[in-house]
Design a protein around this ligand. Structure first.
Ligand code: PGA
Length: 255
């Protein structure tokens, strides 16, 4: 596990963008796992800048998104389809046929989830998975109590997640109750997991994920078992880490 602490949100986003860009340059046909939410917006802005100013080429890249709200069509402005096109895909040269976002309107949810897992496998697996973390410690929509071996499926959101996400909807009642999400087991198969976390509000949660016991109560804690997990935090999110000084020292003395 590598824990990188950067000064602020912008520095966190730039550090993450360098990791993604290096992979895309080294393996042009890589498979990226992508996340939604407010956390990765800065990362996507920087990738767009690199595409426009530095020619970062996404033409051979394949993408798989973590999750989607059930019941929202791609045209809904709060769907994760819409979010991804608005915040990234419409501004880079990723090919539409290489983009995968779970469907929130599939008539047969179980069959869809199985198909999504098969598509990931057919693509050769995810090389790098970008992740945020919820206030309740979730990765994707793997809410507390989710099996750490879970696969893509439908999940019921917790009240905390519904409250957290209510800011994006006109009324709290409009927040969908269900989502299709990759499982913790699906995420754990990615070659490299890159989790971003910013803001003091999540300091306690991220400390539990990185330094607490591995538990389904904080599904992000499963990443402690991942052979290559990188956590990039801004300073406010890092304030509750017991080994704060050590992480800084390791980063500053990277061989
Ligand atoms: P946020 O959501 O980036 O909007 O805080 C993160 C998450 O719920 O995974």
């Amino acid at each position: 596990m590598e824990v990188i602490i950067k000064k602020d949100y912008e520095a966190m986003s730039k550090e993450a963008a360098l990791i993604v860009a290096n992979l895309v340059k080294n393996i042009p046909n890589c498979v990226l796992g992508l996340a939604t939410g407010s956390t990765p917006i800065g990362l996507y802005k920087e990738l767009i800048r690199m595409h426009k100013n530095e020619g970062l080429d996404f033409s051979k890249v394949t993408t798989f998104n973590l999750d989607e709200y059930c019941g929202l069509p791609p045209s809904h402005d709060q769907s994760y389809h819409y979010f991804m096109h608005d915040n990234l895909f419409n501004h880079i040269n990723v090919q539409p046929q290489n983009i995968h976002v779970p469907s929130g309107t599939a008539p047969d949810v179980d069959a869809f989830c199985e198909w999504y897992e098969d598509e990931i496998e057919k693509a050769g697996g995810i090389d790098l998975q970008v992740l945020g973390i919820g206030g309740d410690g979730h990765i994707a929509f793997n809410e507390p109590g989710s099996s750490l071996g879970s696969r893509t499926r439908m999940k019921t959101l917790t009240q905390e997640t519904i409250d957290d996400n209510a800011r994006f909807f006109a009324k709290k009642e409009d927040v969908p109750r269900y989502a299709i999400t990759m499982g913790v087991g699906t995420i754990m198969e990615a070659g490299h997991c890159l989790l971003l976390c910013n803001g003091e509000k999540k300091a306690e949660t991220i400390a539990r994920a990185i330094e607490g016991p591995i538990t389904a109560e904080i599904t992000a804690s499963a990443l402690q078992m991942h052979p290559q997990a990188t956590f990039i935090l801004d300073e406010p999110a890092a304030t509750k880490l017991k080994r704060y000084d050590y992480y800084k020292w390791v980063y500053d003395n990277k061989p």
